[in-house]
Ligand binder design. Sequence first.
Ligand code: UDP
Ligand code: MG
Length: 323
Amino acid sequence: MSSDRKGFPFISIVIPLYNEEKNVMPLYASLKDVINRDKREYEIIFVDDGSDDATLKYLEDLQKKDKSVVVLSLRKNFGQTAALVAGFDYAAGDIIVTMDGDLQNDPEDIPGLIDKMKDYDVVSGWRRDRKDPFLTRRLPSIIANWLISKVTGLRLHDYGCTLKAYRKDIIQNIRLYGEMHRFIPAVAKWSGAKVGEIDTRHHPRRFGSSKYGISRTVRVVLDLITVRFFQSFSTRPLHAFGLMGLILGGAGLMLSAYLTAEKLFLGYDIGGRPLLLLGVLLIILGVQFIAMGLLGEILVRIYHESQDKPIYIIRKVFRHNGR
Ligand code: UDP
Ligand code: MG
C-alpha cells in the first residue's frame, strides 16, 4: 500500500527489539514527537525478536491505540538481521528507515536522513561521537570499518550504525543471512545503488543491556569473507576454481610431457623421478579444482533459481486492516 500522499514519500521505520521493555515507551514517545512535526506520512514497524520480557505487551498496547503502528512478533529470537528482514518484508513505504530500539539512535535524525535520500538510494548514519566503551566497542569498530571498506570497496565510516535509510526496491532485491545487515550498503552498491553518509547523534544505553559481546567481531569478519566471496564468484564459481585448476593441471601436463619425451627419445628411466610424482599430483589437483568449479556452478543455479525461503517464522502480525 505505497501511498504518495501530497507528493511526499511514504516512510516505514523498522525497529527490531529484543528484551527492550524499558525502552519501548520512551522510544515511541520520541518517535511520535518527530513524526508529528514532519510533513511526511509514516508507519512504524516494531519487530519483537522473541523477547521474554514485557516488550511485546507494551508493543501490543501501542498498536491498539495507534493506526500507524505495526507489530511483528517473531516466534523465537532469530537475531537482529532476521528481525530487520521480517520488517522489510512487511514494510509498505517507499523509503525504509532502520534504527535500534534501545534509544541509542535518535529519532530526531530521521527527517534529515530522509531529506538526504533525494540524492541517494541508501543513506547510512555515522555515529561520529559514539557513546560506547572504547576498548570493547569503538576500537574493534574502527578496525572493522577499515577492513570492510577495503574488502567491499565502499568506504563508510560506520557500517555498524543501524540508523540507515533505503529505497524499498533496493532492499527488496537483497537477500540477507547470518548477521549481514551491516553489509547492506556494500551489497547495494554492487548492484548499482548510490550510497551516502550522514552524521547522526548517538546516546549511551540507559535501559536494558547490549545483546552483543566482543565475539561479534569474529562473526563480522567471517560474514565479510562470505559476502566478498559471493560478490566475486556467486554467479561464476567456475571462474574462481577453474582458473586454479587450469594452472595446476597445465603445469602437471607439461611436467609429464617432459618426462615422457625423456623416456621415449633419450631412453631415460623415469620410474624413480620425484618430478613424476609432482606431475601426477598436479594433474589430479587440476582436475579436482575444475570439478569443484562445475559443482559450484550447479549449486549456484540451485541457489538462484530455487524458491525464496524466508529466514524467519512469524507467529502473528498485529496491524489494522485497511490502514
Ligand atoms: N536486537 C534484536 N535481536 C537480537 C539482538 C538485538 O532485535 O538478537 C535488537 C536490540 O533490541 C536493539 C538492536 O537490535 O534494538 C541493537 O542491539 P544492541 O543495542 O544490543 O547492540 P549494540 O548497540 O550494543 O551494538
Ligand atoms: Mg545498542
